[in-house]
Design a protein around this ligand. Structure first.
Ligand SMILES: NC(=O)c1ccc[n+]([C@@H]2O[C@H](COP(=O)([O-])OP(=O)(O)OC[C@H]3O[C@@H](n4cnc5c(N)ncnc54)[C@H](O)[C@@H]3O)[C@@H](O)[C@H]2O)c1
Ligand SMILES: N[C@H](CO)Cc1c[nH]c[nH+]1
Ligand SMILES: [Zn+2]
Length: 439
């Protein structure tokens, strides 16, 4: 049956579901991406022009989008869509403005200990072709964090232009630096810099397997936030769920290239109804070819209890966990790993992709075990401050010197003891300390 997913019975049979999550680093991809990065590093702009012609099928005149293109895009994109983008941006901003981001300073026996929070200076946002919502979801938290420079890279369309919606979204946020470059070559350009693309301090944003792998390989030369790749959704449903809702939510993510939809349920009747619904809804979708391929990678798992269902979800660690159950809040305490959790029938993930508030850039490929949805902290550095008083030095100095000698580090011990010998360190009073926590 076209659109139907393979069925597994219980956690005991779910091994194929977990085995499929090998991440983005297939050997073939890795070789290709290493070669692309090496060319960008060695040849700069010339490699970007050449690789764009090869992989995107267009010969670009220039890499950076000219200023005039932004105004032209604004005339091209319908006003109602621009309003929708403003609504989305405002809700993302409102969400991230609630994320605590202050430093702190506290008195410690006459001295001060604390943390400064400082934004990353220059960030590169990767937005897959046409996904202007992804630009909003990356750039707004960066702006809330205080990032001063944001460069955007996105693949050109077949006519060599960047999608006008991307330019409108950029302009709406006050961004003017947009490059018509995609894939691994865009990540290389942002990481190493070229004649036209000044290098950045950190790269954020999702993409296909080439983009994800490139981000992994440049990490260290440049910061990266996480490895958000081809999207995945795990819907956990009980008998209270509507089959057409479940199928719609699975298909909504299946229409992303390379996606994996997963359906876990306690109800055999619902499972059968969802399989039929998938087939029925699929044929009407303009994106049915991509969606059918994704469903081919998908699984439906029949479990005995919701507890078992959550265990499957935790083992899978999905990007999106959608709880279409009678009482989603009762299930939530057992959830350990997920990029984002969507609770209840009117909180479908597709809404989260656009206007709910939290960034839709979420960890995939089981990386939700150790990484998080994009957020303000991804754009900040935390700098500890140490200002120890003479009194504290007298108390913790001998213990520190003792530990240094136990590690065979005599110079450490002497640096501490040199100060222990004199009466007082004589540091300047910390009168300006409060001003240091400016944001
Ligand atoms: N996890 C998230 O938060 C999140 C958010 C949005 C999108 N996504 C995912 O991002 C992905 C976007 O993928 P996409 O492909 O549409 O766009 P993309 O921008 O990631 O990749 C397009 C680029 O891939 C390069 N490319 C294509 N074929 C190549 C090849 N054979 N060799 C080398 N490079 C090649 C081209 O340069 C092209 O510009 C989807 O899988 C979607 O699910 C994930
Ligand atoms: N669901 C995708 C990954 O979270 C993001 C997206 C962008 N546009 C639509 N959807
Ligand atoms: Zn989506």
């Amino acid at each position: 049956m076209m659109g139907a997913m393979r069925v597994l019975h219980g956690l005991g049979e779910a091994a194929p579901l977990f085995a499929a999550r090998q991440g983005p680093d297939s050997a073939a991809h890795e070789e290709a991406v290493r070669a692309i990065l090496a060319r960008v590093r060695a040849e700069g702009d010339a490699a970007l022009f050449d690789l764009t012609e090869r992989f995107d099928g267009v010969r670009l005149g220039a890499l950076q989008v000219p200023e005039a293109a932004f105004a032209a895009a604004e005339r091209e994109v319908p006003a109602a869509l621009q309003d929708a983008m403003r609504l989305s941006a405002a809700r993302i901003r409102a969400f991230y403005e609630r994320q605590p981001q202050e430093g702190f300073l506290y008195p410690a026996e006459g001295g001060l200990l604390g943390q400064l929070v400082r934004p990353v200076t220059r960030v590169g946002v990767y937005a897959p072709a046409a996904l202007f919502s992804t630009l909003l979801m990356c750039a707004v938290p960066a702006q809330v964090a205080g990032v001063r420079e944001i460069a955007v890279a996105t693949p050109p369309r077949g006519d060599g232009r960047v999608a006008p919606e991307i330019l409108v979204a950029a302009r709406l946020l006050g961004l003017t630096e947009v490059y018509a470059v995609g894939g691994a070559q865009a990540i290389g350009a942002l990481a190493y810099g070229t004649e036209s693309v000044p290098r950045v301090d950190k790269i954020v944003g999702p993409g296909n397997a080439y983009v994800v792998l490139a981000k992994r390989l440049v990490f260290g030369e440049v910061g990266i936030e996480a490895l958000p790749g081809p999207t995945e959704t795990l819907v956990l449903a009980d008998e209270s769920a509507e089959a057409h809702h479940v199928a719609a939510d699975l298909l909504a993510q299946a229409e992303h290239a390379g996606a994996q939809p997963v359906f876990v349920t306690t109800s055999e009747a619902l499972l059968e109804a969802v399989q039929l619904e998938l087939t029925r809804q699929l044929v009407t979708l303009p994106t049915r070819e991509v969606a059918a391929a994704s469903l081919g990678r998908g699984y439906a798992v029949l479990v005995g209890t919701l507890e078992e269902g959550v265990e499957v979800a935790n083992r899978y660690a999905p990007e999106h966990l959608c709880l279409l159950v009678r009482d989603p809040w009762a299930v939530l305490p057992a959830v350990e790993h997920a990029g984002g959790v969507f609770l209840g029938a009117s909180s479908m993930e597709a809404l989260g992709d656009y206007a709910a508030g939290p960034s839709h850039v979420m960890p995939t490929g089981a990386t939700a075990r150790f990484s998080s949805a994009l957020n303000v902290r991804d754009f900040q550095k935390v700098i500890p401050l140490v200002n120890v008083s003479a009194e504290t030095l007298g108390r913790i100095g001998p213990a520190s010197a003792q530990m240094a000698r136990a590690e065979g580090l005599e110079a450490h011990a002497r640096a501490i003891e040199a100060r222990l010998k004199r009466d007082a360190p004589g540091d300047a009073p910390a009168t300006a300390a409060g001003a240091v926590l400016r944001d």
